[in-house]
Design a protein around this ligand. Structure first.
Ligand code: SF4
Ligand code: SF4
Length: 236
């Protein structure tokens, strides 16, 4: 339950000072594993699997993040940006295990054109804001805990210059993640495929050579469905 002091933090820092940066956009982040067997054969099928996996994770966030009144309302539709990367790759024989970090930039349906929350308690005095959405920083929460906000943290223990610094850091991180993102699950999967191919080419060339029937052959059709040869498309 929020105390009056916490409420005043939300009001003075989130609304007046920060203006709801963590809702503009709102970032949903999921980490998960994907396994590719038999080296780099049947890459087209694996690319389809990656697209399904990315869509499924984004859909899971949309389903879980809803307002808390009854009946609830969803906060998001589909992501505005997909920033999906490989955090780690492990190879055992011909099995490749990837750890994927999927970051989705959502546009909340309750974010007004003025960039304020249309259902935030400080505006509506209501209780329909989900506890896990934006405006969630709390002074007592530590780094890596849910609800931690660098800006709130700076406000709790340091002076004005520290708040400004924290705001700048958060803003530039969010802008950089957004700029590095792409607009669809398909594009995000293509990036993963390129990264996978580059990694295997550099470290496990034997896996790349297992390409009987694989779109990795330079004159084979590219996996992206462009109808171009691989060497003229993603293989350039
Ligand atoms: S929780 Fe942090 S980032 Fe979000 S609105 Fe408040 S101060 Fe800004
Ligand atoms: S409901 Fe309000 S606080 Fe929550 S993500 Fe949407 S705009 Fe932000």
């Amino acid at each position: 339950m929020q105390t009056a002091e916490t409420d005043s933090f939300f009001s003075s820092i989130c609304v007046d000072r920060c203006k709801g940066m963590c809702c503009d956009p709102w970032w949903g982040i999921i980490s998960y594993g994907a396994v590719k067997r038999a080296g780099l054969s049947n890459l087209e099928g694996f690319r389809d699997e990656l697209v399904r996996g990315i869509r499924e994770r984004a859909g899971r966030i949309v389903k879980n993040y809803v307002t808390s009144e009854a009946p609830s309302r969803p906060l998001f539709t589909s992501p505005e940006r997909y920033n999906v990367s490989i955090r780690d790759i492990r190879v055992s024989g011909t099995t490749i295990t990837m750890e994927i970090l999927a970051m989705f930039a959502f546009r909340c349906l309750f974010l007004s054109p003025e960039k304020t929350c249309m259902i935030h308690p400080s505006i509506t005095d209501g209780e329909i804001r989900p506890p896990h959405c934006g405006f969630m920083g709390a002074p007592g929460v530590r780094p890596n805990e849910k609800g931690y906000c660098r800006v709130i943290h700076a406000a709790g223990s340091n002076g004005d210059s520290e708040i400004t610094k924290a705001l700048d850091t958060e803003r530039s991180a969010s802008l950089a993640h957004y700029a590095a993102g792409v607009k669809s699950a398909e594009e995000a999967a293509d990036r993963l495929m390129l990264r996978l191919r580059d990694y295997c080419s550099a470290n496990y060339p034997a896996l790349v050579d297992m390409r009987k029937g694989s779109p990795l052959g330079r004159n084979d059709p590219c996996w992206c469905g462009s109808t171009l040869k691989y060497r003229k498309c993603h293989g350039r």
